[in-house]
Design a protein around this ligand. Structure first.
Ligand code: ATP
Ligand code: MG
Length: 430
């Protein structure tokens, strides 16, 4: 049995158990949508008439993940499922959260609170679809449409505007005119939404199947002009992307983070500004660092050149992963010389081809990449000067670079002799 069949089997056990106890339960939301589209299923959400306390009584292993929203996670043998009590939301505060969540007894009321027609479908245990708002029809005709009045729905929760764009991009949908007009009217209300939630949507969009469409819709909606923190995106560069085929390059990059690097480069964001922008978007430090270092490699190679030795030195200085990330990016850009010219690389077509052909082999040729792999250590060189200090690291780094470039053998004697020379050179300048 494959994983999905096992997951569906366990989910059906959850539903039938709830039914056995006299409650209603259905598959709902993203699972129903993705099942209909034959897309990859990540998880299965279940909606039920049973109150959270009852769900917790019925199943032996549960986690109260979001009781205030009526969500209990039911842990089965291999998978866990979010089981949420039918609910409505009322009186939204600050365009972002309902003042009150009320449990209700009818499935219909629960589906009505959901954002888009395609997300407001349910399936019962026998496979019958409950689709009161025409979600299936909208998916077949590739339309993204709010449940109910879009003006009201976006005014209740401004994050839905970001979700609309993310879903339209992911599933290649046309945003229905009334829904789109409502986004344009409510765009300023995006300022009420926490940056973390915005960037979670942006991230899903950038990692998804069509970031090009997502970026174009974002530009057209102007939502990014009104975020809580001013992202200070260069307006002309941002608008210029809208009808530029360079965004096709996203298709040739499979990793979200490298797509971000491309986007930021296209916006001509300076390396120093990038970190500021990514911090405002509340990216993890790890991700910020990864993006930052790739840009440092680019800046460094721009300043020197894209020769074999600069490339290898960059590996030593910035790490192999950053140089490989840059290679991936260059590889995608190389599909069209015209795209390449739009980016801040100071390299010729000849250099580019050379790097693409040889860059990865050059990395493989590097015998060692870390100071600790040298056959001598700080203790061996410390005696070469009267006192220890930062010079030790400088010497070891120099040795590492020379070994990496195959100019020096990683043998104790050779290393020591070279270290003596380097220190002598240093002394002359002191
Ligand atoms: P994915 O998991 O791929 O992002 P999803 O549809 O499962 O897609 P979730 O954020 O997991 O999205 O939400 C599950 C369901 O909850 C949605 O399908 C939708 O019915 C409802 N929902 C989520 N967020 C909102 C919202 N802001 N407003 C109204 N309904 C929402
Ligand atoms: Mg989901």
């Amino acid at each position: 049995m494959n994983d999905l069949i096992i997951m569906e089997q366990e989910a059906s056990e959850v539903i039938s158990e709830l039914e056995k106890h006299g409650y209603e339960a259905y598959y709902v939301g993203g699972y129903v949508r993705d099942k209909f589209l034959n897309r990859n299923i990540k998880d299965i959400d279940i909606t039920t008439s049973a109150y959270p306390s009852i769900v917790m009584d019925i199943f032996s292993h549960t986690v109260p993940t979001g009781l205030q929203h009526g969500t209990v996670t039911v842990v089965m043998r291999n998978y866990h499922f979010e089981v949420t009590t039918y609910r409505t939301e009322s009186e939204y505060e600050d365009h972002r959260r309902p003042k009150e969540v009320r449990f209700v007894s009818k499935l219909m009321d629960d589906l009505e609170r959901r954002d888009f027609t395609m997300n407001a479908m349910a399936i019962d245990i026998n496979g019958t679809i409950i689709d009161p708002f025409g979600g299936k029809r909208d998916l077949s005709t590739k339309i993204l449409k709010c449940v109910g009045d879009p003006l009201l729905r976006f005014s209740e929760d401004a994050l839905r505007m970001m979700r609309a764009i993310r879903f339209a991009a992911e599933y290649d949908l046309q945003v229905e005119q009334k829904t789109w007009n409502a986004i344009l009217l409510h765009k300023e209300e995006i300022k009420h939404i926490a940056m973390e939630r915005i960037s979670a949507e942006l991230d899903k969009m950038m990692e998804g199947s069509n970031p090009k469409k997502g970026v174009q819709l974002l530009i057209a909606s102007e939502l990014m002009n009104y975020t809580k923190e001013n992202l200070q995106i260069h307006k002309t560069n941002w608008l210029a992307l809208s009808d530029h085929s360079v965004l096709n390059v996203f298709e040739h990059i499979h990793e979200g983070t490298i797509r971000w690097i491309l986007l930021l480069m296209l916006l001509k964001t300076e390396t120093s500004q990038m970190t500021v922008l990514l911090k405002k978007l509340k990216f993890s430090n790890h991700k910020i660092m990864r993006i930052h270092v790739v840009n440092q490699v680019k800046d460094c190679l721009n300043e020197q050149n894209y020769s074999e030795s600069s490339w290898k030195k960059a590996v030593i200085m910035f790490g192999v992963d950053a140089v490989k990330d840059l290679h991936t990016l260059l590889n995608a850009l190389a599909i069209d010389q015209h795209y390449f010219k739009l980016l801040p690389f100071k390299m010729s077509k000849v250099d580019l081809d050379h790097i693409l052909q040889k860059g990865l082999d050059w990395i493989d040729e590097i015998p060692i990449m870390q100071i600790r792999e040298l056959e001598i250590s700080g203790t061996d060189v410390v005696g070469l000067k009267s006192k220890s200090g930062p010079w030790i690291r400088i010497v070891l780094n120099q040795l590492l670079t020379e070994v990496a470039l195959n100019e020096l053998e990683n043998k104790q004697e050779d290393l020591m002799n070279r270290a003596i020379q380097i220190v002598r050179g240093m002394n002359e300048y002191e």
